[in-house]
Design a protein around this ligand. Structure first.
Ligand SMILES: *Cc1c(COP(=O)(O)O)cnc(C)c1O
Length: 359
């Protein structure tokens, strides 16, 4: 098998050990003679997998007892709709920050359902950045305040979270479990799994119990956080195999020493790459230094032609999927939890070589 370094923004690299274990157990899960894909979701074997997934998430992220941990389907995009469907009551408004492409999608979906106040808009800021906690002026009586903790496309990340009056709702799809957070600061955290937690197909939702309880009841059961909570994420057939892989990823994170240990590694990987960018007159970081992401490192070359050449040559040398998102161009190195430090070293050497040849 070819050795490559996979910089994909999502679906993204998985820990190799997890893939190996899934492969070893694919046909026969722990002597059952069945694949996890083939088992009843109500059977003991599968129930134990999902219970461990929840327990591990609670331990790794420090989720307090008064929060539900839910495994849902539909990706983070579905949460753009479910959050306002559940939490935005008739006559209320919700506050949103608009800091990039994902924040914009969240705003657009919420607008379909109710009154939205965009209280901070950094979408057009170049270099890219997110609002600062000090820039937020909450609307009195807002149902919640929504932020995107890491804008995967622009590469801008919240470094400190605001202390809010309204419940804080965060789309953490691309930096969940990459750094220590205080869950108590949030009303709702949601994340599609396919960046840091596993494959696509499952969405993690962490919601304060009183918010789920008080949420709207005039929507179908399948869209209500409370019914999913009451049914322990088994209102209908869960995405069993995705949850199984997520569970293996949580075990892997624990084996690395937990989120605090992973954060140190992530910080070191990102620092190395940003140092290479800052130390050259050739490469230019796309995000503001105070806001730049440890997960998605975005940068530009002097012109688009060089960027195309860079991505193509890198691909040929096994540095895969470095092309920036089609909406912003440039280059993007996504270096999630499972991305190895050697891959960052390989990219830094490639960047030096490329600059020498073309710069
Ligand atoms: C990837 C991503 C999404 C979209 O997730 P889907 O699972 O495809 O719906 C939303 N928000 C952020 C921040 C993301 O990185």
């Amino acid at each position: 098998m070819a050795t490559v370094f996979n910089f994909s923004a999502g679906p993204a690299i998985m820990p190799k050990d997890v893939l190996r274990q899934a492969q070893a157990e694919l046909l026969d899960f722990q002597g059952s003679g069945m694949s996890v894909m083939e088992m009843s979701h109500r059977g003991d074997e599968y129930m134990a997998i999902q219970a461990e997934a929840e327990k591990n998430i609670r331990t790794l992220l420090g989720v307090p007892e008064n929060y539900h941990v839910l495994f849902l389907q539909g990706g983070a995009t579905t949460e753009f709709a479910l959050v306002p469907m559940n939490l935005l009551h008739a006559g209320q408004s919700a506050d949103y920050t608009l800091s990039g492409a994902w924040g914009k999608k969240a705003v657009d979906e919420a607008k379909v359902l109710g009154k939205v106040n965009v209280i901070a808009d950094t979408n057009a800021a170049r270099p890219c950045r997110v609002p600062t906690p000090a820039e937020l002026k909450e609307t009195a009586g807002a149902a919640y305040l929504h932020i995107t903790s890491n804008e995967t496309i622009s590469g801008a990340q919240w470094k400190a979270f605001p202390k809010t009056t309204a419940p804080l709702v965060a789309d953490m799809s691309s930096d969940i479990a990459s750094r220590v957070i205080d869950v108590k600061q949030f009303g709702v955290i949601y994340a599609g799994a396919q960046k840091n937690l596993g494959p696509s197909g499952v969405t993690l939702v962490i919601i304060r119990k009183d918010l789920a309880e008080a949420a709207r009841k005039d929507i179908p059961a399948i869209f209500r956080y409370q019914t999913h909570a009451e049914n322990e994420s088994m209102l209908n057939t869960p995405p069993c195999f995705s949850i199984y892989l997520l569970m293996l990823v949580t075990r892997w994170i624990a084996k690395q020493g937990g989120v605090a240990a992973i954060q140190k590694v992530n910080d070191a990987k990102a620092a190395k790459l940003y140092a290479a960018i800052d130390g050259s007159g050739f490469y230019k970081g796309a995000a503001d230094k105070a806001h730049r992401s440890t997960m998605n490192v975005t940068f530009n070359l002097p012109n688009e032609d060089l960027e195309k050449k860079f991505a193509k040559q890198a691909e040929a040398e096994g540095l895969k999927q470095l092309k920036g998102h089609r909406s912003v161009g440039g280059l993007r190195a996504s270096i999630y939890n499972a991305f190895p430090a050697e891959g960052v070293d390989a990219l830094v050497s490639f960047m030096r070589e490329f600059e020498k040849k073309t710069g």
